[in-house]
Ligand binder design. Structure first.
Ligand SMILES: [Zn+2]
Length: 129
């Protein structure tokens, strides 16, 4: 276990309590995660608009890269995505039902086309028994 002293609170803590920082000598920040969080919250309270602006800017500057990364992750981890989707659906069943009802109301053409397609497929299937 590697200990490191925080520059802010001066407490010696396990290295896992320090965020990674590639350009630092030991590869970690000089302040512990707790102190960093406090500092970030103080900064945010002083100027919330600035942080929001920055994150919005970051989002728009990297939107294509983020989309690509997300799409790659989805492609490479279909099982994980499936489990996540099922979990989400299980936890948000009502929300999902409400949204799909609303969607169906707003897209009657698509719904009707789907119903027509389904019934056409059914009538083409050979009868069993
Ligand atoms: Zn600290």
């Amino acid at each position: 276990m590697y200990l490191k002293q925080c520059n802010e609170c001066k407490i010696e803590k396990n290295i896992i309590y320090f965020s990674k920082r590639k350009i630092s000598k030991d590869g970690h920040r000089s302040k512990c995660r707790g102190c960093n969080n406090i500092r970030r919250q103080k900064k945010y309270k002083l100027n919330p608009g600035h942080i929001k602006e920055k994150s919005i800017l970051y989002y728009y500057e990297n939107v294509e890269q983020r989309k690509q990364a997300t799409s790659n992750y989805r492609k490479n981890n279909p099982e994980k995505i499936k489990i996540l989707m099922q979990k989400w659906l299980h936890e948000n069943r009502e929300h999902h039902n409400k949204r799909s009802t609303l969607w169906a109301k707003n897209h009657p053409d698509i719904v009707n086309a789907r119903v027509a397609k389904r019934s056409a497929k059914k009538s083409n299937e050979p009868l069993i028994g």
